[in-house]
Design a protein around this ligand. Structure first.
Ligand SMILES: [Zn+2]
Length: 392
């Protein structure tokens, strides 16, 4: 499913939209590899040109046009757009090379600020060694970006993602570094738990393996475990005062999607751990209430945390629906499982629907208590996160 970046709406080229719809429908209806390739090539060319021109809105208009009408064509177009954003080809000494944008997601929580921003040269070198040893195939070349990205700082849209890879890819055959350290990227919104990303572009001759697990003696699970151990320990100095868990580095959109998924349970666990640590409590003193919040349809679940069976909500976690999920997805079972694993067994699941209400003053979401009221969080003084105190 598509991981759609947030993006502003601009112009809309009708003829291009029609052409995208025609090619995506052709590809969706095709049932043999030779015909697939014909449509894919034609679609790749139109998509590539639109990305290069920054015609974000045209791509989104075509996706919107297909969203209700033709699910299969929507998938084909979405795949093609993601592929065109995260992969490209280069000529190296006259040979065709493939280059893929890769993201290494890191889950973290802290009562203080989670780091983001410039990565120093020696740390970058250590990461390069760890990525090369555990995650990437032996003979690849790769370029890194000297920046630890928060979600707000990632390229916001298909075209900016495409542009970033176009900048990074030519540096890959020389194992280069793209320096963004001097750029003023957007401020990071502080949260108790969040995701950070290290980005790289991996290059190899066309047809050669890019990742360790594509090699005969490689394995995805082993790569992930080694990276979690070694890669994470290389990053420990940066994440001082934070808990941190590394996820498997993967192609950009897949990594982003798996981080979004993992971040939901992680933020529940982070909240329970945070409350226990800062308030010196046991998990059984914490209770939780879960509300299904709707705008026009189900948007997200909100989990309110209370202490000693009180009515005040001391902390909250938003569990967003991900692409492809709806009211029929059993998110509630997942949420309850995570809570119980954390030792929280006093759980109220409200069976009516709630609005997606936010505080007018600070914009933070309201969370349910056991009585079914949606409330502003009121953390006890000891459990206020340093970076985001909203006292009003
Ligand atoms: Zn507020």
């Amino acid at each position: 499913m598509l991981k759609r970046p947030r993006t502003p709406r601009r112009s809309r080229r009708t003829a291009d939209v029609d052409e995208l719809l025609r090619l995506a429908a052709g590809l969706a209806a095709s049932c043999t590899r030779a015909e697939d390739e014909f449509w894919q090539e034609a679609l790749a060319e139109v998509v590539g040109n639109l990305l290069a021109d920054g015609e974000e809105d045209t791509l989104n208009a075509a996706l919107d046009g297909l969203a209700q009408a033709d699910g299969e064509a929507w998938n084909e177009l979405a795949n093609e757009i993601e592929t065109a954003c995260e992969s490209t080809q280069l000529s190296v000494d006259g040979q065709p090379w493939q280059v893929v944008l890769v993201a290494a997601p890191l889950l973290s929580w802290s009562r203080y600020a989670i780091p983001s921003g410039a990565l120093g040269a020696s740390l970058l070198q250590t990461l390069r060694v760890q990525l090369g040893a555990h995650v990437l195939a032996h003979n690849v070349k790769f370029a890194m970006i000297d920046y630890l990205f928060s979600p707000d700082q990632l390229p916001q849209g298909f075209s900016p993602t495409y542009q970033l890879l176009q900048e990074l890819a030519p540096l890959a055959p020389q194992n280069g570094t793209l320096s963004l350290a001097g750029l003023a990227l957007p401020e990071t919104t502080p949260f108790l738990s969040d995701v950070r990303y290290v980005l790289l572009a991996v290059a190899a001759p066309l047809g050669s393996p890019l990742f360790r697990w594509q090699e005969e003696d490689g394995e995805r699970r082993e790569a992930e475990q080694q990276w979690q151990k070694q890669g994470a320990s290389a990053l420990t100095p940066v994440f001082a005062g934070c808990a941190m868990e590394a996820l498997l580095p993967q192609a950009y959109f897949a990594a982003w999607r798996s981080a979004d998924r993992a971040a939901r349970a992680y933020s529940v666990r982070a909240t329970v751990a945070f409350l226990q640590l800062t308030l010196n409590l046991e998990a059984r003193q914490i209770s939780a209430a879960i509300a299904a919040c709707h705008k026009h349809k189900l948007e997200e679940y909100r989990i309110g945390f209370m202490l000693d069976r009180g009515n005040e909500v001391v902390h909250g976690v938003v569990w967003p629906l991900l692409d492809g999920e709806d009211e029929h997805t059993d998110c509630l079972a997942d949420i309850e499982t995570v809570l119980r694993e954390c030792g929280v067994s006093d759980i109220t699941v409200h069976d009516h629907t709630f609005p997606t209400d936010y505080c007018d003053d600070c914009g933070s979401p309201f969370f349910p208590n056991a009585d079914g009221e949606l409330l502003h969080t009121e953390p006890p003084p000891e459990a206020q996160e340093q970076p985001q105190q909203h006292l009003h």
